[in-house]
Design a protein around this ligand. Sequence first.
Ligand code: PMP
Ligand code: GLU
Length: 394
Amino acid sequence: MQLLSDRILNMATSATLAMAAKARELRGEGKDIIGLSLGEPDFNTPDFIKDAAIQAINENYNSYSPVDGYADLKQAIITKFKRDNNLTYTPTQIVVSTGAKQCLANIAGVMVNKGDEVIMPCPYWVSYADIVKLNDGIPVEVKTTIATDFKMTPEQLEAAITPKTKMIWFSSPCNPSGSIYSKEELRGLADVLVKHPNIYVVSDEIYEHINYVGKHASMAEFEDMYNNTITVNGVSKAFAMTGWRIGYIGAPEKIARACNKMQGQITSGANCIAQRATITALNEPPSKVQYMIDEFKVRRDLILSLLNDIEGFKTNVPEGAFYVFPNISFFFGKTLKGKKINNASDFSMFLLEEALVATVDGESFGNPDCIRISYAASQEQIIEAIKRIKEAVS
Ligand code: PMP
Ligand code: GLU
């Protein structure tokens, strides 16, 4: 009998985590790799949050929490949703999980049946398609290009809908393109969706605060979308807490209860110390972490100006998150330093081997013409990395 399940054998390895592991391995061999592959802030978790965690340990928070999160954390999330997003949720609509990634896995687990279609504008975040496939769902890719700032139009959405469409999943600000849907653009999509009341939206807002252009808009803000939207968020990005593993949803009550049931069998709930620290993080106004956003914006401008100076790199202007997603198809068919570049994966590997810079190929995000570069790195590292890339390709 086969040792491993078809389920795991058919699953792709997370390209972001695989590249981070590869970069770590090469560094272990003494190579001076600059890691621009992983999407995680290079800042330390702010002291006021660390202090809250230390206090929680000293106050003996060591038992299982309620499966869906401590009541006072859920209250802090409700207050945050009202304060930042003008969204009204009750405690039974909130579920705290082990990162936004588990929120997404819960949602797929409780909502996707075999053959259900989940529309995802491309490029999408690397794990969406595999989480859906793991649950026997079918990811339906909607291709976008730099010309529309990598955003899906209402017409494209309408054309992708079939009787099997169960959900649409997207992130705004988007990982990997950095694009942000304005309130008007979300309304355009909502106008299509209200004609299909059986379709649900997963609105992944984990980069909400990493926004360089203005007010964040949430799909659930529209009254006629509220009952069909699951808002996903977490503390990984805005508070530099990736390893703490806390994410949360605001959702229609039936869906939230199902997610609660699901994680009751799978994790028993999120880490209790991290939950206590998250209360402190969310209770502070977003201005408390603005210094990180300001620095990310300086880096965005820096990396764009450096990349635009290299022939063959075509970029949009990312309005949020901390990634650029250049189209590098100019290099396909060319031979660089004796290596034939056939696709984005070859190009990303070439950059790793010849420039010692780790990036991620766009194929894993549903766009094989691009690579993703994270600029969650110091300005010095960004300058050095792009200099090396320029030398390697010229
Ligand atoms: N959604 C998006 C768009 C992401 O980039 C990430 C990356 N971490 C996640 C969800 C998952 O975040 P986490 O599990 O760290 O909360
Ligand atoms: N979301 C980050 C990224 O896209 C972290 C890695 C991951 O969770 O896959 O790089």
